[in-house]
Design a protein around this ligand. Structure first.
Ligand SMILES: [Zn+2]
Length: 72
């Protein structure tokens, strides 16, 4: 089965299966940050397909003391 195009997937906001549309999805790993992009492998609990979500670096924001969120 063909999945959504990148444009369709982005328009509907991700967080669902691009093959069957299910919201029962699970991240298979923590996001991996590379030079200008990040990615995360995700699998669908309904149809069993897996894919890699891809994120682009879009900028940065200043953080004041106390706003820093540390990894758990
Ligand atoms: Zn699915």
């Amino acid at each position: 089965m063909a999945g959504m195009s990148d444009g369709e997937y982005i328009r509907q906001g991700g967080l669902c299966c691009p093959y069957c549309g299910s919201h029962k999805i699970e991240a298979e790993c923590a996001p991996v940050v590379e030079t200008r992009e990040a990615w995360q492998d995700v699998a669908c609990c309904d149809c069993g397909r897996a894919w890699r979500d891809r994120y682009d670096l879009v900028g940065y924001e200043d953080l004041k003391p106390g706003q820093l969120r540390r990894a758990a």
